[in-house]
Design a protein around this ligand. Structure first.
Ligand code: FAQ
Length: 323
């Protein structure tokens, strides 16, 4: 009979579980060959594969603007950023593979629409200011979440996060620099920056996950050191950093209830539209269909590359045997 978190209740298993949890409390990293509860493995595969899919789908909204970047410098920055996101997807698929799931199974789950990926990438990029705003707010939210995950108990995921955070910091800075520049620019540039903040502010808050009371996974993730903070804690950190910076830039935030609370030292926000969030998560956001179609097309068009790589690997193997 399974106990809490679906783990078996027999004494041998409980002993192993107690030792596993003691390792986590001591701050040790769990490595791929180590014993772990199946639920720990399942949660990690779920989270890391969703994260990998998010990085790969996350290339699409920004990729759409590479040909329309206003200067060569901005184009080079954007190309490097989109390329970084592809690399992040690679590290993360590798990290998930260490838990025993195959790359093919993860991709199949994404392409069939079964797997989740971040809600944020189902919104359209309507103007060039959206590219700066994604860097500032979306990478800003991603960094808050990923700095927390860099402390996580699973070694391969935590190490991938350290490198990813370093790269995301560059993404965040270039986005902030761009929006701050437009905020001081011509009336048209200011209006474009404000419009982008208006459209991305709420989705950026939502991407950090539902309120803690509606987050079924948080309890076990925190217990096993996969998450070291809850969704609401990370969201509060994001708001506390970004709200004063946006206001200092002379831009406004589309939340009439947003205010600084002296007592707690927090910027308090108004209600989040969770109906919109769940609609987007369940496939009914503005760009869900287009994003999946783009991934399916890219996968089909890349079939010849995968075949060529397999043929080359087989040839190398044959040559090695011959020697
Ligand atoms: N979108 O119980 P919780 C990036 C689902 S990377 C879609 O609270 P959890 C870089 C959740 O999966 C952005 N679904 O879940 C970049 C669960 O469903 P399930 C991605 C969401 O795991 C920047 C259900 O709701 N980052 O941006 C979302 O404890 C710029 C209940 O939720 C990561 O993936 C959502 N936003 O907490 C790239 C980081 N939120 O699976 C390009 C790793 C929740 O039970 C350009 N992941 N759901 O069916 C995490 O830290 C966590 O998974 C959370 C959610 C915090 C996202």
């Amino acid at each position: 009979m399974p106990g809490r978190y679906g783990v078996p209740t027999d004494p041998d298993y409980q002993e192993r579980l107690a030792e596993f949890e003691a390792r986590i409390r001591r701050g040790e990293k769990i490595e791929p060959g180590d014993w772990m509860p199946e639920e720990y493995r399942r949660q990690l595969i779920r989270m890391i594969s969703q994260h990998a899919h998010s990085e790969v789908v996350g290339m699409l909204p920004e990729g759409a603007w590479i040909t329309r970047a206003p200067t060569l410098k901005r184009k080079m920055i954007l190309v490097a950023k989109v390329q970084d996101e592809a690399g992040h997807g690679q590290y993360l698929y590798h990290a998930a593979e260490t838990l025993g799931i195959s790359r093919e199974a993860m991709l199949e789950a994404l392409l069939s629409g079964k797997a989740k990926y971040s809600s944020i990438f189902n919104y359209p990029t309507l103007t060039w200011a959206d590219i700066g705003t994604i860097g500032w707010l979306v990478d800003g939210a991603a960094i808050k979440n990923q700095t927390m995950l860099a402390q996580c108990s699973y070694g391969p995921y935590s190490r991938a996060m350290v490198r990813i955070c370093a790269e995301e910091t560059f993404h965040h800075k270039q986005g902030k620099e761009m929006v701050l520049l437009y905020a001081q620019g011509t009336p048209k540039q200011r209006a474009m920056a404000q419009d982008a903040i208006n459209r991305w502010w709420w989705p950026a808050l939502m991407m950090l996950g539902p309120h803690d009371k509606d987050s079924p996974n948080t309890e076990v993730l925190v217990r096993w050191g996969i998450k070291t903070k809850t969704n609401d804690q990370v969201r509060q950190e994001f708001i506390n950093e970004h709200a004063p910076e946006i206001l200092a830039a002379g831009l406004s935030i589309p939340d009439p209830e947003l205010r600084y609370d002296e007592k707690s030292g927090n910027w308090l926000h108004g209600p989040i539209n969770w109906d919109e969030f769940w609609q987007v998560v369940s496939g009914n956001g503005p760009m869900n269909k287009e994003r999946l179609e783009a991934r399916r097309r890219a996968h089909a068009e890349g079939a010849w590359v995968r075949e060529a790589l397999e043929a080359y690997a087989a040839k190398q193997k044959k040559a090695a045997v011959a020697v």
